[in-house]
Design a protein. Structure first.
Length: 255
């Protein structure tokens, strides 16, 4: 019963007397952006349409002015339809250039896992990264400009899953739900800070999905990545997806 209480209350910065406070991505100094789609106070709404979301680190806005392209708030879910996306800018964060270094952690569920689409990315049509991507029911991965598709064979899911994409001068990697990362050649240059949540700038294919949150940063330690995986999956009641041996398999991260 104690563990259930933690699962239900995760996301709050408060704590019950006698219990540790739950860790959130805001507790990491290496988080550059945290768009929390479960926090209605972060959303800008026009009725049930989501016109924007403000991140919890730098108050950076991801927005959509065109009504027909806006996601929808349905209960506590922010739902992205086939044509929906939010635009953002990542200027001044060192996430572009010849050897961009970044970590992107995306928590979402895919309405129809058998469809192909991109869920997040920045850069232009020729020098880009798409950091959450699905091709079918058995492949989730990272697509990167001119270099190909780096994939994990962890299944795309209609329930919440966490996709982690990382890049530095030596390698690109992707993992899903705390799985062992698949690695490949380091990302080609990214030339633009213009990005999209719900799509990629360079490609129009999108897949309907519900999103829990997006975290972008650099210099994360392994423990920080595992904390973010644990935070999202416990909050969504999907902690069983974490592999055996994961430090937050049996309880969510705390401070």
């Amino acid at each position: 019963m104690h563990r259930l209480s933690l699962s239900l209350s995760i996301g709050s910065k408060g704590s019950v007397a006698g219990t540790p406070a739950l860790w959130t991505p805001e507790d990491s100094a290496n988080v550059l952006r945290f768009w929390d789609f479960r926090d209605e106070a972060s959303l800008t709404l026009a009725g049930s349409s989501v016109t924007g979301i403000t991140d919890k680190i730098a108050s950076a806005l991801a927005s959509q002015a065109t009504a027909s392209l806006q996601p929808t708030l349905n209960g506590s879910d922010v739902e992205f339809g086939t044509d929906d996306y939010l635009d953002f800018v990542l200027s001044g964060l060192g996430l572009t250039g010849t050897t961009p270094q970044f970590q992107v952690i995306d928590c979402l569920s895919i309405v129809t896992p058998s469809t192909t689409g991109m869920f997040l990315g920045w850069g232009s049509n020729t020098a880009y990264g798409a950091f959450a991507y699905a091709t079918n029911t058995s492949v989730v991965g990272v697509d990167y400009g001119g270099g190909g598709f780096l994939s994990s064979t962890v299944a795309a899911s209609s329930t919440m899953q966490v996709i982690v994409g990382q890049n530095d001068a030596s390698a690109l990697s992707v993992s899903v739900n705390g799985s062992t990362p698949v690695t490949g050649t380091a990302l080609n240059p990214i030339d633009s800070t213009n990005g999209r949540i719900g799509a990629a700038v360079h490609w129009s294919a999108k897949t309907p999905h519900t999103r829990s949150g997006v975290v972008i940063g650099n210099n994360f330690t392994t423990d920080e990545i595992q904390k973010i995986e644990g935070f999202f999956l416990w909050r969504e009641g999907q902690q069983a997806k974490l592999p055996g041996g994961h430090p937050y398999k049996s309880a969510p991260p705390t401070v």
